[in-house]
Design a protein around this ligand. Structure first.
Ligand SMILES: Cc1cc2nc3c(=O)[nH]c(=O)nc-3n(C[C@H](O)[C@H](O)[C@H](O)COP(=O)(O)O)c2cc1C
Length: 287
């Protein structure tokens, strides 16, 4: 991969353990497109790094400090969010993404909870590989959530159907699509305005997924929180001026729904401890 000073840089992140498998090849093809119009690129294989699970200590939110776990997650998230643009490729495992992406997403809460998110508005592409058409399940949604949570603007999400390692290379039209998405990403990174795709029927206008709850005629996008109504078998979405992943809404969420819970919890901490001891003793030891 080329790397030249002064050029805009796009990072390709690969979330598969299979080196040069379908995910890596797909990411490389998008990066090839980006290089063809003058961006430098770099690849990060998540599986080369140590990423431990979030411990739920909340220090990143309540104390505003870097995650105290000593592994590679914070450094990785720093590198990913400091690039000018991102290509994120992850395989579908059991109808979701491979777990490594969720582990990294959870460890990124500190990157969402500050005054500003380091990747705010930066363009990104998502790529999900899946062996069987229609079996990608929630994996595209999980990629959208990862990108939106860090502030990236997802220009496009490609679903790549291929089973055996690197089999995607036989699919010329998919390679072409990935390459041209890489070109579009590079153009966006270089300041060109890329018109957002229009949502298709049934898709949320923000995330372009159709992962919704339906209660009676009320519909809600489970990714963005946007509400809509079923009307004549199509969804009428409500006003579009606010959504869960917008900078102001993320800030509001952490200030009013997360950080504000701290003093309330502390005020009843002794009472909670006492009730737990009374009902469950010391609990049951697992190991
Ligand atoms: C543990 C595991 C679970 C999988 N689950 C699914 C699945 O739910 N749906 C699907 O379409 N493919 C599934 N696959 C197939 C992979 O998504 C597919 O082979 C993909 O191309 C792998 O990408 P890679 O070559 O980069 O590793 C699964 C593969 C593995 C190893």
């Amino acid at each position: 991969m080329k790397s030249n000073q002064g050029m805009k840089k796009i990072i390709g992140v690969v979330g598969s353990y299979r080196p040069m498998g379908n995910t890596e090849v797909s990411v490389l093809e998008a990066l090839k497109g980006a290089e063809s119009v003058g961006c430098s690129t770099e690849v990060i294989r998540l599986t080369d790094y140590e990423i431990r699970p979030c411990r739920g200590c909340m220090a990143c939110v309540f104390k505003g400090i870097n995650c105290p776990i000593e592994d590679d997650a914070v450094e990785l998230l720093d590198r990913i969010t400091q690039a000018d643009g991102l290509v994120l490729g992850v395989p579908t495992y059991i109808l979701g993404t491979a777990g490594i992406l969720k582990m990294l997403n959870d460890r990124g809460m500190g990157f969402m909870a500050g005054e500003t998110r380091p990747a705010e508005g930066k363009p990104a592409l998502g790529i999900v590989t899946a062996g069987i058409p229609g079996w990608e399940g929630l994996a595209p949604a999980m990629i959208r959530i990862f990108l939106a949570s860090l502030g990236f603007n997802t220009l496009h999400l490609s679903i790549v159907n291929a089973q055996g390692p690197a089999e995607v290379v036989l699919n010329g039209s998919k390679l072409e699509e990935l390459n041209s998405q890489g070109v579009q990403l590079a153009r966006a990174v270089m300041g060109e305005t890329i018109a957002p795709e229009s949502p298709k029927e049934g898709e949320c206008p923000f995330c372009h997924e159709s992962v919704v709850s339906v209660k009676g005629s009320e519909v809600r996008c489970l990714i963005c929180g946007l509400k809509g109504r079923l009307s004549d078998s199509h969804i009428e979405w409500e006003s579009w001026d606010s959504w869960r992943w917008q900078a102001e809404d993320v800030k509001w969420h952490f200030d009013h729904q997360v950080r504000s819970s701290g003093p309330k919890y502390k005020a009843r901490f002794a009472e909670i401890r006492k009730l737990v001891r009374q009902r469950y003793g010391k609990g049951k030891q697992g190991k």
